[in-house]
Design a protein around this ligand. Structure first.
Ligand SMILES: [Zn+2]
Length: 427
């Protein structure tokens, strides 16, 4: 048999059928080459056609209309039949099908239609497990074969994981993502996939062609402000996360950033350059908010994630770096290039997209673990604050950036504040 048809069933259609008797019409859009149909409208005995909300950006929303399909309420024999035919990879003569489901309309000669059946109480096929209530069919004048069915559950993406993942708790959390370049866009996407409720995106730059190979966004968004394009992308793909775009520069617009920090639960900072990172560290310390800094250094040889928790015993970014200098180790801050060609300097040798996205995802994971730990969620404890991950090490740096093997991860504890640090000690 060729690949069976797939029917995409919106949950709105299921609600209509669940409240109806007998049978009704389905209107689909379908693509013959993809053997896929999306149900767009439905009718029942009480109503004219009910148009369903279109799935945003779905490829079938521009496909051909296919006006004739049917849904039927059925008894358990049809649920059993679907299961048997699937198991045997077989089909049934139309007349036999109609003897089980007398309401089934015979298609006109040479035509066929798709049908959805609903059995309110399907039988158990093994202890405690019932056969599916919903089935899809392709019905021809000669035979009937089961189709695949996929139920579209609307915006229930991460929320539906409640019980397995603290989705409700994360829904109440708000992250401030400063920098939406290669690392920041990947971090934002990962934060959304963890189910964070709100995200404010800050970046003053536009998306340019040379950003595309390393960015979550694609060529279609070149020319837009990165925050606007990322906001649109995330709103479409992760509608449960409310994002807000702010085309701001953390140094020039520090006065705008301060009130945003006050309403944030955590900051993820992926901007390059010493000054912006220092400013973020300082502002977050004053606001009493934790920051996760993520960057790559040495043209992508190492990734570094530094979490600065808002605790009196944890020093700010400056204190962390000062400790490195005081102990004769390398301070990576001055080596951080401004942005892989995003800023004024174009640096041709850079990290590759996959490595940057990896660092962004790890930064998001660390941010989420920090939030969950803060909220008392067990099983998300993360003791150390500084992670160095070797991406394509050459061995040309001193400790702590001296791992020689790819994917070698080294964790370090955060340093205490220096007594004379103006960020850490203020009235
Ligand atoms: Zn400090």
């Amino acid at each position: 048999m060729t690949s069976p048809w797939l029917v995409l069933l919106p949950s709105e259609a299921m609600e209509v059928i669940d409240l109806s008797y007998g049978w009704g019409n389905l209107t689909c859009r379908l693509s013959i080459p993809d053997s896929t149909a999306l149900i767009m409208a439905i009718s029942n005995e009480d109503s004219d056609r009910v148009k369903l909300n279109e799935a945003p950006e779905h490829f079938l929303t521009v496909a051909d209309w296919y006006p004739s399909g049917y849904w039927y309420r059925v008894d358990e024999r049809v649920a059993v039949l679907a299961w048997q035919l699937r198991a045997q990879d077989s089909r049934l003569p139309f007349d036999d099908f109609q003897s089980i489901l007398p309401a089934a309309f015979p298609p006109k000669p040479g035509s066929w239609y798709l049908a959805v059946t609903y059995c309110e109480e399907p039988p158990e096929f093994r202890e405690g497990e019932r056969l599916p209530k919903w089935n899809a069919w392709r019905i021809t004048p000669d035979y009937v074969e089961p189709a695949m069915l996929d139920i579209q559950t609307g915006a229930e993406l991460v929320t539906s994981l409640e019980g397995l993942w603290p989705a409700k708790l994360l829904e109440s959390q708000r992250a401030l993502v400063i920098g939406t370049g290669s690392i920041g866009s990947a971090a934002a996407e990962a934060l959304a996939s963890y189910g964070i409720g709100q995200m404010d995106l800050v970046d003053p730059d536009r998306l340019l062609f040379h950003n595309v190979p390393r960015h979550v966004l694609g060529r279609g968004d070149v020319g837009k402000m990165k925050v606007d394009a990322l906001h649109e992308h995330l709103s479409r793909e992760w509608p449960e996360t409310k994002t807000s775009p702010f085309p701001l520069d953390v140094i020039e617009n520090a006065d705008f950033i301060r009130p945003m920090l006050d309403i944030s639960d955590i900051v993820v900072c992926t901007v390059d350059g010493v000054e912006p990172r220092r400013v973020v560290s300082h502002l977050a310390r004053r606001a009493g908010k934790p920051v996760v800094f993520a960057c790559v250094l040495g043209d992508g040889q190492y990734g570094e994630i530094l979490r600065i928790r808002a605790l009196p015993e944890v020093g700010c970014l400056d204190c962390q770096r000062r400790r490195l200098r005081d102990t004769g180790q390398m301070d990576p801050e001055p080596t951080l290039d401004r942005g892989y060609g995003e800023g004024t300097r174009h640096n041709p040798m850079t990290a590759v997209g996959g490595d940057l996205h990896l660092i962004g995802s790890i930064a998001a994971k660390i941010a989420i673990a920090t939030l969950l730990r803060q909220a008392g969620e067990p099983g998300q404890s993360l003791e150390d604050d500084n992670l160095v991950l070797a991406l394509r090490p050459s061995g040309s740096f001193g400790p702590p950036f001296d791992a020689r093997r790819t994917m070698n991860m080294q964790w370090y504890a955060a340093t205490r504040p220096y007594y004379d640090c103006p960020s850490c000690h203020h009235a």
